[in-house]
Design a protein around this ligand. Structure first.
Ligand code: HEM
Length: 460
């Protein structure tokens, strides 16, 4: 019988992450590169390559983990052959996207800068993934949602989050291509409104998957299964859902919109992060310290997420205030927000998931390795992020009526970015080291798998 391809999805994702950060590093200071290198690797090519690969990492990790979790939750073998077809399709589409960028064929928008025809392949693979999620979700054992709590559904919150994330991604992914139809594409205001709305909701849909994943990890390591059926878990789900429906509104200040929708969107998107941070904080207090736990890697990466949620929350609250947004929109503040959340929140959750799979499969990495990796990651990201904020501040300050020549202005912004550039080497080192050590661990003989220390401990 063929093996579950979850680890192969992680391997693909980590490969995409490493190439992505290397290209991001080139893109960061591309204006300082020698002309010949800039001709070969222009910023307009490096940026979409970097962003597509980063998004590729997020989805490969999400899909790989959901397949792994479904096997654990149902106790049944999944249709491995078909999952491998999914894996091969995912790799081929990724390759096609990179090839298209390399030969200068674009045609898409924002995160989907590749030719739109490739979107049909992505959609087909995504529908297959949803089919597996729903079909096997039906067999999730009752024990995963504590019957004694009188829980009204047999499915834990994380499964609802994955399902909801899947439905919303399908919808918004299609929405991002509405510009191809004249009714939307030929009217500027309608086009911009739909684009910004869809891109905002798209991020919300992958966040739903990641919140579900962090709940799963808490429930299956040191938190006890009840965490996945607790009232706080349901609050997080409901807030995430309202955020998916309205959260995009705080991205579209420049286009007409009802004030109450903006207000609600602003309030909900911030509350959602607060609830997630609170859950992790509570879970951390009630769980074993990482070094004493068999799941030390998983715990460390999840704890890190909590810190970065707070840091990103402060920035998000600040740049969402309309008058501040007027200055920061389109500057490196926005990039700091996008990368602060994808690197600081999404990536550690997926790394926690990766460590969980390794730990469960008896291929765990040492506690010291996890500790050092997390420390280097935090230091690297702190400087990387601060550099972008500095560049954003410089851009916002000089961009408003100072009458500077473009070259002088560019030079000032570029100076601030040196901080991020230097810090990016540390992040690149951390990611390469994790990818390499995970690969080596996956290829060595298995040591006995570990079990959660606490099965039924409740979180209030
Ligand atoms: C550590 C090395 C990294 C470097 C040097 C880097 C560099 C860059 C650069 C130069 C841009 C374009 C900024 C602009 O348009 O002015 C960018 C955008 C972006 N990067 Fe990174 N990046 C890194 C890591 C990552 C990682 C690990 C992720 C996600 C997992 C990520 C996600 C993104 C996203 C989503 C954007 C688009 C931001 C937007 O919408 O404005 N980056 N990055």
């Amino acid at each position: 019988m063929t093996r579950n391809p979850s680890p192969a999805f992680f391997a693909l994702g980590l490969g995409a992450l490493v190439v992505s950060v290397l290209l991001g590093n080139l893109a960061l200071l591309s204006f300082e590169l020698p002309q010949w290198l800039r001709d070969v690797l222009p910023f307009r090519m490096l940026r979409p390559m970097h962003v597509s690969l980063a998004v590729g990492w997020l989805f490969a990790g999400i899909i790989g983990f959901v397949y792994y979790a479904l096997r654990e939750l149902t106790g049944r073998p999944l249709p491995h052959r078909w999952l491998w077809v999914h894996w091969a399709g995912y790799a081929l589409v990724g390759l096609a996207i990179m090839t298209a960028y390399t030969v200068n064929i674009y045609g898409g928008r924002e995160y989907w800068a590749f030719p739109p025809v490739l979107a049909t392949a992505i959609l087909a693979l995504w529908l297959f993934f949803g089919g597996v999620l729903i079909r096997y979700g039906r067999h999730i054992q009752r024990t995963h949602c504590c019957e004694d709590t009188g829980h009204f559904t047999r499915w834990p919150t994380y499964w609802w989050m994955w399902l909801t994330g899947w439905i919303f991604f399908t919808f918004t992914f299609i929405e991002t291509y509405l510009w191809m139809f004249p009714f939307w594409g030929k009217t500027v205001v309608r086009d911009i409104t739909v684009q910004w709305k869809a891109q905002g909701a798209l991020v919300g849909s992958w966040n739903m998957f990641l919140y579900g994943t962090s709940l799963y990890l808490m429930a299956h390591t040191a938190g006890g299964r009840r965490v996945a059926c607790s009232p706080v878990g349901w609050w997080l789900y409901l807030l995430g859902l309202v955020n998916l429906i309205f959260g995009w509104a705080h991205h579209v200040y420049p286009v007409p919109n009802a004030t109450w929708i903006r207000g609600l969107a602003y309030a909900v998107s911030m509350t959602e992060l607060i609830v997630l941070a609170r859950m992790i904080a509570q879970w951390r207090q009630s769980s074993t310290p990482p070094d004493a736990s068999a799941f030390h890697g998983t715990l460390r990466w999840l704890h890190t997420t909590e810190r970065w949620i707070f840091v990103n929350l402060i920035l998000a609250i600040a740049i969402s205030v309309p008058v501040v947004n007027l200055y920061t929109h389109g500057t490196h503040f926005t990039v700091a927000h996008a990368m602060g959340t994808t690197i600081g929140i999404n990536t550690p959750i997926l790394l926690a998931a990766l460590f969980y799979v390794l730990e469960k499969e008896g291929r765990r990495l040492s506690a010291g390795f996890a500790r050092h990796s997390v420390r280097m990651f935090n230091v690297g990201l702190a400087f990387f992020w601060a550099g972008f904020l500095l560049a954003g501040a410089v851009k916002a300050y000089y961009g408003w009526g100072k009458g500077l020549e473009w070259a002088v202005y560019r030079h000032k912004v570029g100076n601030a970015l040196w901080v991020s550039y230097a810090a990016s080497f540390l992040l690149i080192y951390v990611f390469i080291r994790i990818a390499w050590r995970a690969w080596r661990a996956a290829s060595r003989p298995v040591v006995p798998a570990v079990k959660p220390e606490v099965e039924e401990e409740a979180i209030p």
